[in-house]
Design a protein around this ligand. Structure first.
Ligand code: PMP
Ligand code: GLN
Length: 437
C-alpha cells in the first residue's frame, strides 16, 4: 500500500515531468483558480459560495424537455450533427436573438455552437491573434482570458477598472463605482492591437457597462481597426431597470467587428450543459469555425436539441414576466440583497453588483495576519483559511488580474449568491460568527 505522502511525491514528480514536456506556449499557465478552489471546497466540506453555479433546479421546463428529447423516436439525435451547430439550435438562436441584435441573424453563417463560452472565447482568440499581437483586457477579467491570449502568442495589455476613492470608505459600494478611465484606455490602442475583450455584465465585479463606456470602446475599435470579443454570458441577469444590458454589437458600425459570446449554462442555469455560442458577421465567425472544426468538430447532439427546444419554449413568451430571461434576475435579487446585508453587518464591505451573480467583498478588517508575499497573495491566503478553518468557500479576486496589477485587488474576495436559501443561510451563519470573533 502506498502512503498519501508517497502519492504526493509521485504527483509532484509527474507534474515536473509534464512541465518539462509541456509546449512552451503553455508554460506559466499551470495554475487555475477553479481547479484549486473547487477541490479545496470539496476536501473541507465547505459551504460553496465561491464557484459560479446555481445549486438549485434549473427552470421547470428544462428537465421536461430533456426527457422529451430522450424519448424522441428520431434515432439520429444520438449521432453526430452539423459541425458548426445543430440546425434546430442555430435556427432557434437566430429567432430569439435577431430582435435583440436589430437584424436577421443568418443561422448558418453568423452563429457557431461550441462546448460553452470557454471554447467560444478560445476560438475567437486563437482565430485572430498572431504571435506578438496585443490584446486589451479590462481588469478584473474572467480569468481564462489571459491564458488564452498567451497560449495564442498574444500580449495582454491591461487596464484596471478603478473604484472611485470615496466609494471605498463607505460600508458598501456599487459595481458602477468601478470606472474605466477613458484616456488610459485610449493609450493602450496602437497598430499592434488586434482585439479587445469586454465582459458585460462583468464577472467578478458585476458592473454593467454603460452606453457611454461601450461607445467609447466602440469608437476606439473603429479608429484602430480592432475586433471586439464581447462576453455577454450574464446578459439576462441585471438588477436595475435604469442600467439595462447593452449589446456591443448593436452600437453603430460594431456588428462588423464584434463577436458576441453566450452560454447555455448561464442562460438556463445549468452550467453542466457546457454549450455556448458565438454570434457575429460571417467573415469573423468563419475564423472561429476554422478553429472549431479540427478541434471539436461538433458538440453533443442531444444537448443541442434540448437547448433548441428550451429557446423555442421561451421564444413564445419573450416579453412576459414569466419568461425565464426576465424572471431570473428577480429570483436572484433577493439573494443578492440578503448576502449584501450580512456582509455589511460583519464588516466585509460588499460591492453591490448591477448584474451577474457575484459580489466582491473588501475584507481589509479581517485579513491583518495574511500578507501578500512572493509565494502568494493575501486574498489567496484568506480564502484558503476560510475554506479550511471555517468551511466557507469563496474565490480570491487577484486571480482575475495579471501579475502586475494583482496588488489592486488583494483585499477582495468573491462570493456567488446564485445558491439555494439553505446554502446561503449556512454561509450567513458562518459569516456572523466571523464577526463575533
Ligand atoms: N465567461 C464568463 C464571464 C464566465 O463567468 C464564464 C463562466 N461561466 C464563462 C465565460 C464560461 O462559461 P461556460 O461554462 O459556458 O463555458
Ligand atoms: N464562471 C464560473 C465562475 O466564475 C465558473 C468557472 C469555472 O468553474 N471554471 O465562478
Amino acid at each position: 500500500m502506498t502512503s498519501s505522502h508517497d502519492n504526493t511525491l509521485k504527483q509532484k514528480s509527474s507534474d515536473t515531468k509534464s512541465e518539462n514536456l509541456l509546449a512552451k506556449r503553455f508554460l506559466g499557465l499551470e495554475k487555475n483558480i477553479w481547479i484549486e478552489f473547487s477541490a479545496l471546497a470539496i476536501a473541507h466540506k465547505a459551504v460553496n459560495v465561491g464557484q459560479g453555479f446555481i445549486d438549485y433546479a434549473p427552470p421547470h421546463y428544462f428537465i421536461d424537455l430533456y426527457k422529451e428529447t430522450l424519448d424522441d423516436p428520431n434515432i439520429l439525435l444520438h449521432q453526430y450533427t452539423r459541425g458548426y451547430g445543430h440546425r434546430r439550435l442555430v435556427d432557434a438562436i437566430s429567432n430569439v436573438y435577431s430582435p435583440y441584435f436589430n437584424r436577421k441573424i443568418d443561422p448558418l453563417n453568423e452563429v457557431l455552437i461550441t462546448g460553452g463560452a470557454y471554447p467560444s472565447l478560445f476560438n475567437c482568440i486563437h482565430a485572430f491573434v498572431n504571435p506578438g499581437d496585443e490584446v486589451i483586457l479590462i481588469e478584473p477579467f474572467f480569468d481564462c482570458y489571459e491564458p488564452m491570449v498567451r497560449s495564442a502568442g498574444g500580449i495582454p495589455r491591461c487596464i484596471a477598472l478603478k473604484p472611485k476613492p470615496e466609494s471605498t470608505h463607505a460600508d458598501c459600494s456599487s459595481s458602477s463605482d468601478w470606472i474605466l478611465d477613458k484616456k488610459e484606455l485610449e493609450s493602450l490602442f496602437n497598430p499592434r492591437t488586434r482585439l479587445i475583450l469586454t465582459n458585460t455584465p462583468n464577472n467578478p465585479v458585476g458592473k454593467v457597462f454603460t452606453q457611454e463606456e461601450l461607445e467609447h470602446i466602440a469608437c476606439l475599435c473603429q479608429k484602430h481597426d480592432v475586433i471586439c470579443i464581447s462576453d455577454e454570458v450574464y446578459e439576462w441577469i441585471v438588477y436595475d431597470e435604469n442600467k439595462k444590458h447593452i449589446r456591443m454589437s448593436t452600437l453603430p458600425n460594431m456588428w462588423e467587428r464584434t463577436l458576441t459570446i453566450g452560454s447555455a449554462g448561464k442562460t438556463f442555469s445549468s452550467t453542466g450543459l457546457k454549450l455556448g455560442w458565438t454570434i457575429g458577421p460571417s467573415n469573423l465567425v468563419r475564423g472561429c469555425q476554422i478553429v472549431h472544426q479540427d478541434c471539436v468538430y461538433t458538440c453533443p447532439t442531444i444537448s443541442q436539441e434540448v437547448v433548441a427546444r428550451c429557446f423555442e419554449y421561451e421564444l413564445k413568451r419573450l416579453n412576459s414576466p414569466e419568461c425565464y430571461f426576465n424572471y431570473i434576475s428577480k429570483e436572484l435579487l433577493e439573494k443578492r440583497d440578503k448576502l449584501v446585508q450580512v456582509l455589511k453587518e460583519c464588516g466585509m464591505k460588499p460591492v453591490i453588483p448591477d448584474g451577474g451573480y457575484f459580489i466582491l467583498a473588501d475584507f481589509s478588517e479581517f485579513g491583518d495576519q495574511f500578507q501578500s508575499d512572493a509565494d502568494d497573495m493575501k486574498d489567496f491566503k484568506f480564502v484558503r483559511h476560510l475554506t479550511k478553518e471555517k468551511q466557507l468557500a469563496t474565490i480570491p479576486v487577484t486571480g482575475f488580474y495579471t501579475a502586475d496589477d494583482r496588488h489592486l485587488a488583494e483585499n477582495y474576495i468573491r462570493f456567488c449568491f446564485a445558491k439555494k436559501d439553505e446554502t446561503l443561510d449556512k454561509a450567513i451563519e458562518i459569516l456572523r460568527k466571523l464577526k463575533a470573533n
